[in-house]
Design a protein around this ligand. Structure first.
Ligand SMILES: [Zn+2]
Length: 172
């Protein structure tokens, strides 16, 4: 049995959400290094992205692999209250899809950065996040994804634009 009742649990979840995650902090640092002015969680932009850079019209989401149900080694459905969690996480992913669609209609470019890019056994080597981020920013892809495999095009996720191994060779 889960010790938290529904009310406490959602209170806890809100508390967790209001703190910046490690991924958010890392991404913020990169944006600052690139001298990009950003707004955090702008209310007027669909999906309240973690960062919005108005000069480039780009929205960046830093997705926790659990909260956004990423198919990766960091995700595992909790053993207890499985139905609750399955429903909750499904709602989150539906909300994410809706946000991406609304942003695309507004011609805002979107980048989704997954937690597993910087955490877990498959994480990217540390110097790669800034490289991948600026590659996407300067590139032409409307919607990009950064995960533990590198940078990919959202509409063709198997097509990795910037492969980690290749990049590592150029950095050496
Ligand atoms: Zn992940």
């Amino acid at each position: 049995m889960d010790v938290h009742d529904r009310k406490t649990r959602s209170k806890n979840m809100r508390a967790i959400r209001s703190k910046s995650t490690k991924l958010e902090t890392s991404v913020k640092k990169v944006l600052e290094t690139l001298s990009l002015k950003m707004v955090e969680h702008p209310k007027n932009i669909p999906g309240n992205p973690d960062y919005f850079v108005s000069s480039l019209n780009i929205a960046i989401f830093c997705h926790g692999c659990f909260w956004h149900a990423h198919e990766c080694s960091l995700f595992k459905l909790p053993e207890t209250q499985r139905e609750f969690w399955a429903k909750k996480l499904r709602e989150n992913t539906v909300r994410d899809l809706k946000a991406i669609r609304l942003l695309s209609f507004s011609e805002i470019r979107v980048l989704i950065i997954w937690e597993c890019a910087i955490k877990g056994k498959e994480k990217l080597p540390a110097p790669l996040l800034p490289v991948l981020l600026s590659t996407w920013i300067n590139g032409k892809y409307q919607i990009g994804i950064i995960n533990s495999k590198g940078l990919a095009n959202y509409n063709a996720p198997d097509e990795v634009i910037c492969q980690t191994t290749k990049l590592l060779n150029t950095l050496r």
